[in-house]
Design a protein around this ligand. Structure first.
Ligand SMILES: [Zn+2]
Length: 98
């Protein structure tokens, strides 16, 4: 992850009052096929929420949104990847926003 992304993730962790388990950061070109290229560039993060409750998952999404990420929950039904919160920073080219 680049410095700006790391700083923003740390800010979100502060709001959440706990550290996130990072599943995947940025610049992971071709690293995870399920990500379909969304993590090739900067500004992307996946927070592992496998062991979190529904309320905790919402809290992670809210904390990431609060600091400026576009963030949403992804489930194994949507992508072949465990429950995680996908976050992406504004300012990343539009074709990477999905
Ligand atoms: Zn992701």
């Amino acid at each position: 992850m680049n410095r700006r992304t790391v700083a923003m993730v740390k800010a979100a962790e502060g709001l959440y009052h706990s550290k996130f388990a990072i599943l995947q950061g940025s610049y992971n070109k071709g690293g995870v096929e399920a990500s379909a290229g969304t993590h090739d560039g900067g500004g992307a993060v996946d927070v592992d929420v496998r062991t979190k409750s529904a309320a905790q998952r919402v809290a992670v999404v809210k904390a990431l949104r609060e600091v400026g990420f576009a963030a949403w929950l992804r489930t194994p039904a949507q992508v072949n990847w465990p429950h995680h919160v996908h976050g992406i920073l504004a300012g990343v080219p539009w074709h990477l926003h999905f």
